[in-house]
Design a binder for this molecule. Structure first.
Ligand SMILES: [Zn+2]
Length: 243
């Protein structure tokens, strides 16, 4: 019962150098789906993804899953840096932050859900490795955005979700701070997979990684400040992973 795809082959791919074990979500960030498709198929652009999903739910296959598509760029997850070799990439048509953060239509999300379910089953991709471009390239990328419905995908068995802890007044960690609390935070983020060094100083990278975590798991407020809600949500997520 494979989902139906429109074939539109992109010339932009090469051989994988590792097993597939990541599913990576993107938004196209362009004005129209057609403009994004043209770019993903242009040899000069040297970018691609395995699939693109239009706002009306049409799924386009650009690169065969067996091949290495070019969508992640400079990125890292759980110590891996050749994310293109390890992942299947889905470009979801959405204008993104530059075009007013438009909502993902229900029919489009239904297609994302159906295709993703097939992919994670086909390749046996672990739930914690269903992630966004912003997770693997914090600071550089913000897609698929803090309005992307990860909770819905998790309910369908695609990726992980924990109910985010409520935002309340209280102490927080932010840029410039040092010490064990910062090292603990960095350890938890790195433990989940984020590319951050455990060194006890809340530097720019730490701020970007906290923002990336929030974009995915504590979407109400993305500010790079590790407040109690952020810390509790992260802790809850790690408990879920450790079982
Ligand atoms: Zn992207």
């Amino acid at each position: 019962m494979a989902v139906e795809c429109i074939e539109r082959p992109s010339p932009n791919f090469d051989e994988r150098k590792g097993p597939v074990d990541i599913l990576l979500m993107h938004y196209t960030g362009m004005e129209t789906g057609e403009a994004a498709a043209a770019r993903l198929c242009s040899a000069e652009a040297r970018v691609s993804a395995h699939y693109m999903i239009h706002e009306d739910g049409r799924i386009v296959r650009l690169v065969p899953e067996e091949m290495r598509a070019w969508h992640a760029g400079v990125s890292s997850w759980a110590g891996e840096t050749d994310i293109n070799s390890r992942s299947i990439g889905i470009e979801i048509v959405n204008g993104g932050h530059d075009f007013g953060c438009p909502p993902y239509p229900d029919v489009q999300m239904a297609a994302v859900e159906a295709l993703s379910k097939e992919i994670v089953e086909r390749w046996n991709i672990p739930a914690r490795r269903v992630i966004g471009h912003s997770d693997v390239a914090p600071g550089r990328k913000a897609d698929p955005g803090e309005w992307f419905d990860w909770a819905r995908l998790a309910r369908a068995g695609v990726g992980l979700w924990v109910e985010p802890e409520e935002i309340v007044e209280g102490p927080s960690l932010s840029r410039g701070e040092r010490g064990d609390h910062v090292a603990d935070l960095q350890f938890m983020l790195a433990d989940y997979g984020y590319g951050v060094e455990v060194m006890g100083r809340y530097d720019e990278t730490t701020e970007e990684v906290v923002a990336a975590f929030q974009r995915h798991f504590r979407q109400q407020k993305v500010d790079g400040v590790a407040d109690i809600s952020t810390l509790m949500t992260l802790r809850r997520l790690l408990e879920l992973v450790r079982g």
